[in-house]
Design a protein around this ligand. Structure first.
Ligand code: UDP
Length: 466
């Protein structure tokens, strides 16, 4: 390709829900800034974003999809959204190498869970800049790095005894029960980062300035988010990753019927799994709070509790207190609506950042992975949320037990949404941070500038190589 042709960037997302969505957004963002973005995927995983990419192509800022040719009998995890960080994706190695040899982009941005990509790509010696996608932000990255380096958890007696995370700008206490990252995940991430050209981070400077600075001391990084803000039309907001289980008009007219800042939106990400008993406690707590709510319930259970839930749904419909979405929700559309005044979230990084971008304060209910770090950022650093008080991870061990009782739910909802001073302060602060998020990705904003800087650097690099 000639020196003047657009920079070609490959994006190679991991297959799990919370990984693919932001990388598709990021590909779109770099395309808006003039790069040629190409998303690398498998036949099955490409299905979930084909339509939105098609819309982009029609609107004249095309993102392309390149499907890795896979032998018929191979694919990853059966359900398109359930892959875990330890899901082995190494069968994609040979098809990926073949593609890179044919097309030789300027860079490939790959998820840190594709750890095998490090050797595979570096060994090709193609001079393709290998960039790692950091989908968890600087606070969690720094906390995790420091914990794995200094092992403060080894110095306390029990897994519920708090320790201070060493070396952070703020005093952050955690317990070992909140550190679910397994060694294999750590190793995989370390492998990805070794010898990489740099990292792109889905965050923005103003959100976590001290942590961005600390992160940049140890890593070459471009902070370019929040990438969800590049979903600019209703269709893209309503349908990220999957078709929503409720149509836009229904949800919007329900929201319009509620006062500003009154609705609590409740969702636990792409693969929530709660014990039936826990779901019932949540339902009771919500009802008792008297606050209007939209609750996304996925993987609805059969048997124990199912009948209660059907009745509850009916009751909430009649009283108009609550709307239950059984399936995939149009999350961005909901969060952006002026009637929404709170977000009960599992603190997945994408959800956290989406809540922040929409200026909505939160009730934090972390379950696994780096979600406990994100909770700390929201409650202790930004002070835009209240903890529901979940103790440790239910998702991985899936024990049928309750960690959050109905009274805890009710108390948290009232604290945030009940009209008190504390909730009001959090709401104001959240709104200000939301405004900063939007400024960050507009012309002149820091995330905007960093994205352009990366494109320019890749262009210069091409000159040097040639
Ligand atoms: N999401 C959605 N509808 C749903 C559930 C999730 O659009 O019903 C989106 C959500 O907006 C976010 C992503 O799925 O972009 C979930 O990512 P997150 O990091 O929050 O959690 P994970 O699914 O990885 O646990």
């Amino acid at each position: 390709e000639s020196i003047s042709s657009p920079v070609e960037m490959f994006f190679f997302p991991f297959v799990g829900g919370g990984h693919q969505i932001p990388m598709v957004d990021m590909a779109r963002m770099f395309a808006v800034h003039g790069a040629t973005s190409v998303i690398i995927s498998t036949p099955k995983h490409a299905l979930s974003f084909r339509e939105s990419i098609h819309r982009d192509q029609q609107s004249g800022r095309p993102v392309f999809i390149e499907i890795l040719p896979l032998p018929d009998n191979i694919d990853i995890a059966d359900s398109d959204m359930s892959a875990t960080p330890v899901t082995d994706t190494s069968m994609l190695q040979e098809p990926l190498k073949k593609l890179l040899l044919q097309r030789k982009p300027d860079c490939i941005v790959h998820d840190m869970f594709h750890h095998w990509a490090a050797d595979a790509i570096d060994n090709l010696e193609l001079n393709v800049a290998r960039i790692v996608f950091n989908g968890i932000g600087c606070f969690a990255s720094c906390a995790r790095e420091n914990i794995s380096k200094f092992k403060p958890q080894d110095k306390v007696d029990s897994k519920y005894e708090p320790f201070v995370v060493p070396g952070l700008p703020d005093r952050i206490e955690m317990t070992q029960s909140q550190l679910p990252v397994t060694q294999i995940v750590q190793d995989n991430m370390r492998k990805s980062k070794e010898n990489c050209y740099g990292m792109v981070v889905n965050s923005f400077y103003e959100l976590e300035p001290a942590y961005v600075e600390q992160f940049k001391k140890g890593n070459r990084a471009w902070i370019v988010g929040p990438v969800s803000l590049y979903n600019r039309n209703i269709a893209d907001k309503a349908e990220r990753g999957k078709k929503a289980a409720i149509d836009e008009q229904t949800i919007l007219s329900w929201l319009h019927s509620k006062p500003p800042n009154s609705v609590l939106y409740i969702s636990f990400g792409s693969s929530p799994r709660f014990a039936p008993q826990q779901i019932l406690e949540l339902a009771h707590g919500l009802q008792a709070s008297n606050q209007p709510f939209i609750w996304v319930i996925r993987n609805v259970f059969k048997g124990e509790g199912a009948e209660f839930l059907t009745e509850f749904e009916e009751k909430m419909r009649e009283s108009k207190q609550g709307l239950i979405i059984n399936g995939w929700a149009p999350q961005l559309l909901i969060l952006e609506h002026g009637s929404v005044g709170g977000f009960m979230t599992h603190c997945g990084w994408n959800s956290t950042l989406e809540g922040v971008s929409c200026g909505v304060p939160m009730i934090t209910w972390p379950i696994s992975a780096e979600q406990f770090f994100n909770e700390k950022l929201v409650t202790d650093v930004l002070k835009i949320g209240v903890r529901v008080g979940s103790l440790d991870w239910l998702w991985w061990n899936m024990e049928p037990r309750v960690s959050v009782g109905r009274d805890m739910v009710e108390a948290a909802v009232k604290r945030l949404m009940g009209g008190g001073e504390e909730g009001g302060e959090m709401r104001n602060k959240a709104r200000l941070i939301g405004e900063m998020a939007k400024k960050a990705v507009e012309g002149g904003g820091l995330s905007y500038k960093e994205a352009i800087a990366l494109i320019n650097e890749l262009k210069d690099r091409r000159r040097i190589i040639e």
